[in-house]
Design a protein. Structure first.
Length: 743
């Protein structure tokens, strides 16, 4: 049997196996020591989880809950071996982590012999300092999550669940993984200063990139927090503000090390403190004064009142309480500690200020260190050539576009002129070549006019030239055949999306408004209303109704987000169709006037509402009642997981409306120019699309996914049958077939 790998690949794999075997044989005598470390880590973790960790995590979970909420909150095991297997899995992971450092240590000679060890020596104290700093930042991040974030978060989640009629009964695996992974995320977020500083110092990512893109970093922090924390504003801010402050501190460190590297001078901490002695001294007085004012002028009482309103058990004690010292001595210790902290911050600022006063790159003998983006137009013209020699065309275009966005066309033109002058070998950078001379004239005219269509054209032409490589590669350089080479739809889809671009704000507003309204309704009691209404229809002989539990701490919130997104997509669809209809008709995808959009929206909305009313009035209560009765007759305790129960409600209510809309949509598409043969021949693509839809909007269960897929496919089959009858087997479509969709 022929191999799928060529001879060179097979030889490379064989050489790799032999090298790995030789490497392991060379350190074989030391692997026993590494295994002992792994085993100790595994056993210690296994024992600690059983004796300390479970109780500790449970105390963290309940620490901020009221007594009534804590009494109704529990952690359960859903399978017989769940707890012991979870302990073993965590023990294995911790054991491997413990074993990595000794493995690297015993293999250092072999790694060095094979060229896999760093050749440039690094002082051990530097490595130790970086390691301690990384560990300290990680510990601070985890401690913030465990002692500040989780208590408030679990209190909110449990209280919200009980108000919605859901029992906060967390599965031990989901509960533990939620705490562990979110704690790790805080710990890893604590590494942000090291990561940003290291990337900036090495030049992999320029410091200026982190500085200029801070808005994107803030948005990303809030988006990540919105996905993995409760939706109430307080916990959102608890998540975001520390990370934003950490990002700012990371920018400071990155600026410090990059400036020091470019200056080639050593940082003189004591000298900087002497130069700014007044600021450092004032910071020391301010730190002590804050402590004095906090305890003497009612600050402690005010903060304790706020904590009491937030139902928190934390309180600021009197100075020295629990330390065995008198209040006066304790206040002095507190004041000294805060003074030192403020002095440290002021000293860091002083070092930064001294370095930043000489930050122009040419003063350090490194012209490439000049930040062109920070210069004005005359500064760009006066900057050394080396600052532009290190650029590529994409960077120059980005800087020019940023200048245009800042309404500074003169600076944008100067950047383009200097870049061309350096890279074309033309020493007269002010004049440039013929092409750039024309652009200069346009840009010069823009200085006194409206802002330079000529300059924008120059930037756009260069951007188009820089981005044309991909399309040229796909079409072998023949741009006239580009449309055929990439499937015939590239330009059509681009034309349609371009027609929607000017309406994107309205589309996002409709989608976001409907999604926010749906989520708010569910969050403020809609979830409890639906649950109680359906439970009231349970047969009278079923005592106690239905007990619905949340195995995962944010399970109910995840359902609410998915359901809200689904409603947002449904609401924005007719709006997208309305704005895209002219472009669709022009490119031949549909036929008919735009008034057909109203027919589409009305027909689909009527089908959705009619199916929902039928499902909510008869189908959902009937199915749920039958399931509950069947379970009760078998002497079972009726306890449903919240996601499964709520998705069952969705499938048997709104899902009926979706099923009704599928044949209706097929008739509408046929009336818009999609022929019957397309629906009949494209059933495979439709099946894949339906399965993808079911995978995203159903619980993470294969059976549930197929239970959603089969009715949708059945509705599609009914639609094909209806079209067969209406179009007489495709011989007489409701509208003439559109040219781009006819097979």
């Amino acid at each position: 049997m022929a191999s799928a790998l060529d001879e060179d690949t097979q030889q490379s794999l064989a050489d790799g196996r032999e090298s790995a075997k030789a490497f392991l044989r060379s350190i074989q005598k030391d692997l026993q020591k590494v295994f002992i470390v792994f085993l100790l880590g595994f056993l210690a973790t296994f024992w600690a989880l059983r004796v300390f960790i479970w109780d500790f995590l449970y105390n963290v979970t309940e620490s901020n809950m009221s007594a009534a909420v804590a009494a109704d909150t529990d952690v359960i095991a859903t399978t017989p071996f769940e707890v012991i297997l979870l302990q073993a899995k965590i023990g294995l992971i911790v054991g491997v982590i413990f074993a990595i450092p000794p493995f690297i240590y015993v293999a250092r000679d072999e790694l060095r012999a094979r060229g896999a060890w760093p050749q440039s020596p690094v002082a051990r104290w530097k490595l130790a300092g970086m390691g301690l700093l990384g560990f300290g930042l990680f510990a601070v991040g985890v401690a913030y999550g465990v002692y500040a974030f989780f208590p408030i978060m679990f209190s909110f989640l449990a209280g919200f669940g009980l108000e919605a009629g859901l029992q906060p009964t967390y599965g031990i695996v989901m509960w533990t993984e939620f705490i562990v992974f979110l704690s790790l995320s805080f710990g890893l977020a604590g590494q942000m200063p090291l990561l940003i500083t290291g990337l900036s110092y090495s030049g992999i990512v320029q410091y200026e990139t982190f500085r200029d893109k801070w808005r994107y970093a803030v948005v990303a922090i809030f988006v990540f927090g919105a996905m993995f924390s409760p939706p109430d504003p307080f916990t959102q801010l608890m998540w975001a503000f520390p990370l934003i402050a950490l990002y700012g501190f990371s920018l400071y460190l990155a600026k410090l090390v990059v400036t020091a590297k470019r200056s080639s001078d050593r940082i003189d901490v004591l000298g900087a403190a002497r130069n700014h002695w007044n600021v450092v001294g004032g910071a020391a007085v301010l730190g002590g004064g804050i402590v004095y004012a906090f305890y003497e002028y009612g600050g402690r009482t005010a903060v304790n009142d706020l904590l009491r309103l937030a139902n928190s058990d934390w309180r600021f004690l009197d100075p020295g309480a629990g330390l065995g010292v008198d209040p006066t001595t304790a206040a002095g210790i507190y004041a000294a500690a805060w003074s030192l902290a403020f002095v440290a911050v002021a000293t860091l600022w002083a070092v930064y200020a001294d370095l930043d006063t000489t930050s122009a790159g040419y003063q350090y003998g490194d012209p490439t260190a000049v930040d062109v983006g920070e210069l004005d137009a005359p500064g760009v013209r006066a900057a050394p050539d080396d600052a532009f020699a290190e650029m590529d065309e994409e960077e120059s275009l980005a800087l020019a576009q940023a200048a245009i966005d800042d309404d500074d066309p003169e600076k944008a033109q100067a950047i383009l002129d200097r870049f061309d002058a350096v890279h074309d070998g033309d020493e007269s950078g002010d004049e440039g070549g013929d092409e750039d001379g024309d652009a200069t004239e346009a840009g010069g005219g823009a200085e006194g006019g409206s802002g330079g269509d000529g300059l924008m054209g120059t930037v756009q032409d260069r951007t188009s030239r820089a981005s044309s490589t991909f399309l040229s590669e796909l079409t072998d350089g023949d741009e006239e055949e580009a449309e055929d080479d990439i499937g015939g739809y590239y330009k059509d889809l681009k034309f349609i999306f371009d027609s929607l671009r000017s309406r994107s704000f309205r589309l996002v507003a409709v989608f976001g408004g409907v999604m926010a309204a749906a989520f708010t309704w569910l969050y403020l009691g809609g979830l409890a209303t639906v649950r109680n209404d359906l439970e009231s229809r349970v047969p009278a002989e079923i005592e106690g109704g239905i007990n619905i539990i949340t195995l995962h701490p944010v399970e109910a919130l995840i359902f609410m987000v998915k359901f809200s997104v689904l409603l947002g997509i449904v609401a924005v669809f007719p709006v997208v169709l309305y704005y895209a209809w002219p472009a669709l008709r022009e490119r031949g995808f549909v036929a008919g006037r735009i008034y057909q959009v109203y027919l589409w929206a009305g027909a689909l909305f009527a089908g959705l509402i009619g199916g929902f009313a039928l499902g909510y009035a008869y189908i959902a209560p009937g199915i749920i009642g039958w399931l509950v009765t069947d379970a009760k007759l078998a002497d079972m305790i009726i306890t449903y997981q919240v996601s499964d129960f709520l998705w069952l409600v969705v499938y048997t209510t709104i899902g009926i409306g979706f099923l009704a809309d599928i044949p209706i949509a097929m008739l509408l598409l046929n009336n818009a120019g999609v022929p019957y043969r397309v629906f009949r021949n494209r059933w495979r693509e439709v099946t894949v699309g339906i399965m993808l839809f079911a995978a995203v909007f159903t619980p993470a269960d294969v059976i549930t996914m197929f239970l959603a897929t089969l009715p949708l496919m059945a509705a599609y089959g009914i639609g094909v049958g209806v079209l067969f009858l209406v179009t007489f087997g495709g011989r007489r479509n409701l509208s003439p077939p559109s040219e781009l969709v006819e097979p």
